[in-house]
Design a binder for this molecule. Structure first.
Ligand SMILES: CC(C)(COP(=O)(O)OP(=O)(O)OC[C@H]1O[C@@H](n2cnc3c(N)ncnc32)[C@H](O)[C@@H]1OP(=O)(O)O)[C@@H](O)C(=O)NCCC(=O)NCCS
Length: 159
């Protein structure tokens, strides 16, 4: 992809734009909670997430934010949540933000073994997407990808 982009941690100033994307009907349809979200609730959630040391929220920015990815760390597992502004779907941005996110996770959490995605059964495009990213549905609606041991060419070789 030739598009210039920045992959970075979300900041307080991003609160409104992320709210705008998260509330789009196409994104709500793929969430467990499909109700329209009120800004004050989003803002509370957003501030708490930025403060939470086990939650890592990133954006992809191409002069404006067009996608969001979050990892919630739980022992050796990280649960992922990802969404791209529907206006930019199927242009490679989902793969891009996922690859950047996985790289960040590998560099910053050496002990994480698996990434977990919870995908609603009706969310066909997301199933295809996660399968392409290397995930496998292990239990109903729970998709997993092993990222440890890493393919590091021998860094962890036994003595
Ligand atoms: C899932 C999602 C992040 C994919 O983002 P995207 O930017 O459209 O994905 P990409 O363009 O990088 O597509 C990567 C691959 O996924 C597949 N894919 C993505 N959307 C698809 C669709 N609507 N139908 C079929 N395949 C699709 C394609 O196989 C594509 O590979 P290709 O380029 O070789 O054809 C996006 O659809 C989204 O935001 N969905 C709503 C939120 C969501 O469901 N999140 C997942 C649960 S946490």
């Amino acid at each position: 992809m030739d598009q210039k982009y920045v992959f970075r941690l979300a900041e307080l100033n991003d609160c409104e734009r992320i709210f705008e994307i998260r509330n789009k009907p196409e994104i709500r349809l793929t969430s467990l909670n499909q109700d329209e979200i009120e800004f004050c609730n989003h803002e509370k959630w957003f501030k708490a997430t930025l403060k939470n040391p086990l939650s890592h929220l990133f954006v992809i920015d191409i002069s404006k934010i067009i996608g969001v990815i979050r990892f919630d760390i739980n022992g050796p597992e990280a649960t992922i949540s990802v969404y791209i502004d529907p206006h930019y779907h199927q242009q490679g941005f989902g793969s891009l933000i996922y690859r950047e996110g996985e790289k960040w996770l590998e560099n910053n959490y050496m002990f994480i073994e698996e990434i977990i995605a919870e995908i609603l059964p009706r969310n066909l495009s997301s199933k295809i997407f996660f399968a392409k990213m290397g995930f496998v549905e292990k239990e109903k609606s729970v998709w997993r990808k092993k990222i440890y041991p890493r393919d590091t060419g021998g860094t962890f070789a036994a003595k």
